[in-house]
Design a protein around this ligand. Sequence first.
Ligand SMILES: [Zn+2]
Length: 160
Amino acid sequence: VKAVACMREEQTTRAVIGRCWPDGVDEELRAHASSCPECLEIVMVATALREAHDEAMRDTHVPAAGQIWWRAALRAHTDSVRAARRPIVWLQGIAAACAAGLVMALFGSAWPVLRHASAAAWGVALPIADVLRSAMPFALAVLACLVVTPIVVYFVLSDD
Ligand SMILES: [Zn+2]
């Protein structure tokens, strides 16, 4: 167990999340990651999470909320790795984070928790979350109109 976290950890995480890994990063960071256990682990975990995320996005079409949950999940993972490096615990953690994240993305009922979790390192995502949340009543209203209007039209026309 290392007392101090790797200084390149944030850089490595951002590269994988930003889909720059491995081709878009400089040779030096790749060389570092291949010899640094923490960065190597981040690359493996982040790649797996990214694939799980892509899979989920193909099935459920919730792009912005999905971005936020999986970044929060990765962030939670790297924090927990610093605290305790027990493989089984964090594998369960990833599974739990994925499940929790999917539920959150689908129901959108945990905005404050997501915002708090992502606020530490992912400030850019927050305005998107705010926009989505404020747009949600409008989207629901539009959806309601789309459902109600044909029914109203049907009854109006059938009276004739
Ligand atoms: Zn490192």
